[in-house]
Design a binder for this molecule. Structure first.
Ligand SMILES: *Cc1c(COP(=O)(O)O)cnc(C)c1O
Length: 234
């Protein structure tokens, strides 16, 4: 049986190796430990190993874990799940990043509701890179308008793009999807130099983080390879 400490060690080595092979700076890729469905005790074990960035998909579940881990300092909470307008207030105050912004209405609410005592909320725009009807994320052609509008919102910092490509794709197609997201970010950075740092590509998961890093990922979102297989959500 492998422990969270062992798993974090092997994921970290995978990230380091891929980063080196891509000729990138060693600290240019962050590990976001995706802890949806995992109990607070497992996050505590990861924090003991120095892991501080966690990704959560469900607000209520995340708030419960935050309360259980309130004695720990330095945890960086990232919201990566589907966003409902009626949940934005709590998300805007409890998280430091939201990776899954896909429409202006939600961005406006997050900006209005972000506590003035906190630094601006870091956001990524989630892009539906494979044009699948079923998945969340904006269409690539919606990005220029979204970037333009969001750059005016005072309590948000636009950090970049996020995507969840269809995991059934073969490696060349997956690589092309990640590459397309990276190209899109470069274009936006050139076209909207004032829009924000646009320095972030949130892409790559347990099964494909090496490909994502080769294509420029700056956050890899890794669940299973850190915490083990998830049981189906009941
Ligand atoms: C669950 C999830 C992940 C992690 O997936 P693994 O395959 O378990 O690494 C990454 N990103 C998002 C948005 C997720 O919902």
């Amino acid at each position: 049986m492998s422990s969270i400490a062992d798993n974090l060690g092997s994921v970290t080595r995978r990230i380091q190796k891929a980063t080196l092979q891509a000729g990138r700076e060693p600290d240019s890729v962050g590990l976001l430990a995706v802890s949806k469905t995992r109990p607070a005790g497992e996050l505590r074990a990861a924090v003991a190993e120095g892991q501080l960035a966690f990704g959560e998909n469900y607000l209520q579940e995340a708030l419960e874990k935050m309360a259980e881990l309130a004695d720990l300092t330095g945890i960086d909470w990232h919201f990566i799940g589907p966003l409902q307008s009626n949940k934005t207030r709590q998300i805007a105050s409890a998280f430091s990043w939201v990776h899954s912004v896909d429409r202006l209405k939600v961005a406006r609410r997050l900006s209005e509701q972000r506590d003035t005592g906190l630094p601006p909320l870091n956001i990524c725009l989630q892009v539906n890179i494979n044009n699948e009807q079923s998945k969340s994320g904006c269409q690539p052609e919606d990005l220029p308008e979204l970037v333009h509008e969001i750059s005016q919102l005072p309590r948000l910092t636009l950090r970049g793009l996020m995507a969840i490509p269809d995991p059934e794709q073969a490696e060349p197609e997956l690589r092309a999807s990640f590459g397309k997201l990276a190209d899109t970010l470069n274009t936006l950075r050139a076209d909207y130099p004032e829009a924000g740092p646009l320095d972030t590509l949130s892409m790559g998961m347990s099964g494909d983080l090496e490909i994502a890093i080769a294509e420029g990922a700056t956050w890899v979102r890794v669940g299973t390879a850190v915490f083990g297989e998830r049981s189906p959500k009941s």
